[in-house]
Structures are given as C-alpha cells and as structure tokens.
Design a protein around this ligand. Structure first.
Ligand code: MV4
Length: 449
C-alpha cells in the first residue's frame, strides 16, 4: 500500500480523506492556503504545507505549488477530492508523469467525459440512452434551426466544455433561437475557452438521478446503485438521498445498468458518477459523467457498506475490487443534508467565527465536517461547513432521524441553512417523494421566510 498521500483539497473532504488514510495506515500531507492556517485539515494531517495565498487560483489551483509540496514531503500519491483540480485532466497527467500515483480515473477517461460532445458520441456507441438532439456540435444558427425541426421546442443549448449547469440556454420558441445560440457560444468561449455547443430537447419536469460506479485497473467495474439529487437550487445540491424514493425495481435495474455501461465505455478506473435525467414516464437519459468522488458519496456508502474513499485509494494502488456486482446489496435508506454558512432562505453567505459548534450524534447519524468551536469560516471558499447523514430501515424513519439530528445541531456565531432543511423535511411533497428538479425553487417562491 502507499506510505504517504498528499491531499490537494481543503475542508470536510480533505478531513474525510485523511481519516480514510489513517485507518489504512497511510501517512498524510495536507496543503493549505494562507487563509487556512488554522483549518482542521491542516491540523489533522501528519504534515501540512502552505501552498500559497488565499485566492484558490494561487493555492488550491496552483499546480506547480502542489507538485512542489508533494516533492518536498516525498508523497507517493495525490488525492484531489472534489472541485478545484479534481476533474482537470492536465493536472492528472502532470501528477502521473512526475512519478506520483493519481487517485482518480485515467486522464483519457477524464478528457472524454469532460467534453460533453465526445462523451455523448461514446455513450451512443455503448447504447446508453441519450436525450434526442443534435448529432454532435452545432456550428451555426442555420444548423440550430434544422436541429430544432426534429427536437421541437423547448430545447436546450449546452456548452461542450460546460457541465454542472454552467453554460446552458433554454429556448422556448423559434424567435429566441438566434440570440440564445449566440449567447451560449459567446459565454462558452469566455468561460471555457471553447465555444463548441450542442442542442438537446429540453426535458421539462425530470428528476436528477445519478449512478455511483467503481472500477479497478484490472477491468472490473461495478455500480453501487443510485442517488436522488433533485433537491437543488442554482445547480447547487441541498439534500441528497439513496436509494431514489420514486423509482421501481425495474427502472432501478435499467438505470444502474446504463450507468455501468457508460463507465465501461471509457474503461473507467476509480469512483465516478453518471448523471441521468428521469422523466415522469420512467424514461431516462445520460446527461454527463463526473469523474471524481462527489460531495454526496456518504449516502451510497451507507446503503451499500462500501467505503468509497478507501476503495479509491486501493484501486489507485492497483488492488482488485474485493467484491463483485452480486455482492453489492442495498440496505435501508440514507439522507444527506448539506449545512452551509448562509441565510436559509435568502442564500446570502454568512462567514465568520463559530462561537459554539455542537455536532449531532446517536444511532445512525454521521457528520462529515471540518468545523470546530472557535474556527473562523473564511469568505473565500465554498460555504458548505458540514454534511449530516442519517440512515434507517426505511425513508420515513430516515427523515425522522434527520429531523432529530438537525434539532441537536448547534452552530452559534454564524448563520446556517439548517432551518431550510427542517422546513424541507417537513414538506408533504418532499415526504411523498413527489418532486422534480424544480421543486425547491418553486417551493421557495411561495414559502414565507
Ligand atoms: C438538461 C435539463 C433538461 N433537459 N438537459 C443542469 C445541470 C447539467 N448537468 C445539465 N442540466 C440540465 N440539463 C435537458 N436536455 C435540465 C437541466 C437542469 C438540471 C438538471 C439536474 C439537476 C438540476 C437541474 C436544474 C436545472 C436544469
């Protein structure tokens, strides 16, 4: 096994990875920015190296600085966590070419999936269902009009280098098509340095279902069932659960098999997620693949019993998966609430010093966080300060357990979105599983705050 791993990240995910390393007997190197000298991840690691000033562009995204930290500490492998450099194929390549192990998929898999047009072409070859739309990139308004004849309206124009909801334009009628096309192209060029766009029929009321996959370097790939991620706002997930409360066993089997086929089509190694849109009639379509560990991985860990970070490390070292698809069984239900330092209904950020932090506990409650009493949440990074995860035999019991866990949570000194979660968990539509990707935004328009 590796002797020492550098974690190129901060916050709760860096802590999560350090914890996994400790349990595996692997030494850890944290990297931190000037704003993060007092951060939990820098304290918990065996060694910590300052990699630059506060802005992430000069620290957590600073590749030469991170590589220097790996060299001076004699680390053998680099774990990127999520966000920052996690899906940067060039960084993965630099890591590998410099003689370190990359705890993630091959740069080639990352490149294919990072280009949504290439990804869709590969998915088509693998018989993974695709949203009807353009056959590859669309280069002109004329071409867009032709595509619109087959998709009809509404349609959605997406940037090939986009993803996660960035660089998209929904078009409801023909007269808006030229302006939306130009806007999408221009914004894609500015944001990603690639103005390539493509077109899909716009699905109006889908759910967001994603399939967790795990592959090793020996060609073994399994899925670990699905997560329901429709509870989001501005493309930021708020609450996730596993399994999805609203799919039948046949749909589950079909969507998980499609996810598995997607991963196999790029010879996927490590932990990854295939995102699908699920229509009310149970038809589903590939949207994109995330070639990283995700924030919401704990809900999958809890229903399957598989430690995903441990297995990311093991497969990166070259170990074979110790289980087959038949060994992976779902048990019970898990929910994750993302606790953010922000106003629960206005969503304005609320950084500052935590005067008191008390984490919930008790049976089947997990807290992934880098928070502590006295810590000052910096304004420069993501506002997520904790993830509360609960598990129970069924969804209703899991909701109840989450409600009592949130009642125990105390964060004094800064404002958090805990109240949003409490209100959401009490909502009858949420409780029935009667929702789609627009639920949260629609509900927020009409609740008093
Ligand atoms: C879509 C869509 C409807 N139809 N594509 C947003 C995130 C990015 N991964 C793709 N997204 C969407 N693509 C078609 N053809 C609706 C969304 C979408 C969405 C998807 C998942 C979760 C939340 C969402 C919120 C708004 C739009």
């Amino acid at each position: 096994m590796f002797h020492k791993i550098l974690i190129a990240n901060r916050g709760e995910i860096a802590v999560r990875i350090i914890r996994a390393c400790k349990e595996l007997g692997i030494a850890t190197v944290a990297v931190y920015s000037e704003a993060d000298k007092e951060a939990m991840h820098a304290r918990l690691a065996d060694e910590a190296v300052c990699i630059g000033p506060t802005p992430s562009s000069k620290s957590y995204l600073n590749i030469p600085s991170i590589m220097a930290a790996a060299e001076i500490t004699d680390a053998e492998a680099i774990h990127p966590g999520y966000g920052f450099l996690a899906e940067n194929a060039e960084f993965a390549e630099i890591v590998i070419e410099s003689g370190y192990a990359w705890i993630g998929p091959s740069p080639e898999s990352m490149r294919i999936m990072g280009d949504k047009v290439r990804a869709k072409a590969r998915m088509q070859e693998a018989n993974v269902p695709l949203v009807p739309g353009s056959d590859g990139a669309v280069h002109s308004i004329e071409e867009a009009r032709q595509v619109a004849k087959s998709t009809g309206f509404p349609l959605i124009i997406k940037a090939a280098s986009g993803g996660g909801g960035r660089g998209m334009q929904v078009v409801h009628a023909e007269p808006r098509l030229p302006a939306a096309f130009n806007k999408c192209q221009t914004e894609a060029g500015a944001a990603f340095g690639d103005h390539t766009v493509f077109i899909e029929k716009y699905l109006e009321e889908p759910k967001h279902i994603e399939v967790q996959v795990l592959g090793d370097k020996h060609g073994n790939i399994i899925h670990l069932f699905e997560r329901e991620c429709s509870m989001q706002r501005n493309n930021q997930k708020v609450l996730e659960e596993a399994p999805s409360p609203s799919i039948d066993e046949a749909t589950r089997q079909a969507i998980c098999e499609a996810g598995l086929n997607a991963a196999k089509a790029v010879n996927y190694e490590g932990a990854g997620t295939i995102e699908f849109l699920l229509n009310p009639d149970n038809s589903f379509y590939f949207m994109e693949m995330n070639t990283r560990i995700q924030v919401e991985h704990p809900v999958t860990e809890w229903i399957t019993g598989v430690d995903l970070i441990e297995w990311q490390i093991r497969v990166a070292f070259g170990e074979k998966l110790a289980f087959t698809q038949q060994n992976i069984k779902m048990k019970g239900h898990a929910i994750e609430c993302r606790i953010n330092a922000e106003h629960p209904f206005k969503f304005t950020p609320s950084p500052g010093t935590v005067e008191l932090y008390h984490a919930p506990g008790g049976r089947s409650v997990r807290v992934d966080s880098a928070l502590y009493t006295g810590y000052t949440v910096p304004p420069h990074y993501d506002s997520m300060i904790a993830k509360i995860i609960t598990h129970a035999r069924d969804r209703q019991k899991c909701i109840r357990r989450m409600q009592r866990a949130l009642d125990e949570l105390a964060v004094i000194g800064i404002t958090t979105n805990t109240e949003l979660h409490k209100r959401l968990l009490a909502n009858p539509g949420f409780q029935r599983g009667d929702f789609n990707i627009h639920f949260l935004e629609n509900w927020l328009k009409q609740i008093p705050s």
